[in-house]
Design a protein around this ligand. Structure first.
Ligand SMILES: NC(=O)c1ccc[n+]([C@@H]2O[C@H](COP(=O)([O-])OP(=O)(O)OC[C@H]3O[C@@H](n4cnc5c(N)ncnc54)[C@H](OP(=O)(O)O)[C@@H]3O)[C@@H](O)[C@H]2O)c1
Length: 198
């Protein structure tokens, strides 16, 4: 693993050492490995996109457009994921790891007493299969919520009828994803009805 993008390089180096990774520039990170993860505040996405050539690699997008000086609407009424896929000029963007807080995700690794679903979405099946493996490695059950026409259900902000910020059992999440493929109103109803209590 190679990590990048922190204002203080000594902190970046310390973090890399802590997790047994290397560190480098954004383009070093983009050239390293088969999967690139972009996980920066929304206002910084543009700067990263300008420095990165995705090529044939899988791009995991964890970003949420609302937090940290972000925006409340996406140009063209697109989903944030589709907007980012265009910015990075890739069809291999998979949105994942964005619906739960980092604190919640940190206890996913075998320490959650019940299996918990994690939604992901994107247009490329092979890329999604790769990210499903990463989601499992993180201790969650991956649930494919579809592509650009349904992915907004897992995007910020937290609101009635969306799965963003809510947790679900794998069975409940499968029902929501299956409904989303044909009936968005039913998916929204299930998202509200099946969410686990706070
Ligand atoms: N935190 C969560 O619970 C959570 C959960 C799901 C999704 N997300 C989404 O995931 C993305 C990352 O969230 P986060 O909480 O990890 O963000 P973050 O800690 O604020 O920033 C992530 C990284 O970006 C770097 N960075 C930010 N602005 C920079 C700049 N102008 N120049 C250079 N480096 C910069 C930070 O370095 P510095 O240390 O120098 O700031 C840090 O290494 C966001 O889009 C967020 O909405 C967050």
């Amino acid at each position: 693993m190679l990590i990048s993008f922190k204002r203080d390089e000594s902190e970046l180096a310390r973090l890399a050492e802590q997790i047994g990774a290397r560190w480098g520039s954004v383009s070093d990170a983009a050239q390293h490995g088969d999967v690139i993860v972009v996980s920066v505040p929304w206002p910084a996405v543009e700067e990263i996109a300008a420095q990165v050539q995705i090529g044939d690699k899988v791009l995991v997008d964890t970003t949420n457009q609302f937090a940290g000086g972000g925006v409340t609407s996406i140009p063209g009424g697109r989903s944030a994921a589709e907007y980012n896929a265009r910015r990075f000029s890739t069809g291999k963007l998979v949105k994942a790891f964005n619906t739960y807080t980092s604190a919640f995700q940190a206890v996913g690794d075998g320490r959650v007493s019940e299996p918990v679903a994690m939604f992901l979405g994107g247009e490329d099946r092979e890329a999604k299969a790769v990210v499903e493996g990463l989601v499992r490695d993180a201790g969650f059950e991956p649930i494919d919520l579809g592509g650009w026409s349904t992915i907004f259900l897992m995007e910020a902000p937290r609101r009635t009828g969306s799965v963003y910020g809510e947790s679900y059992s794998p069975d409940a999440a499968r029902r929501i994803a299956s409904a989303a493929a044909t009936d968005l109103n039913e998916a929204a109803r299930l998202a509200q009805a099946l969410k686990q209590p706070d």
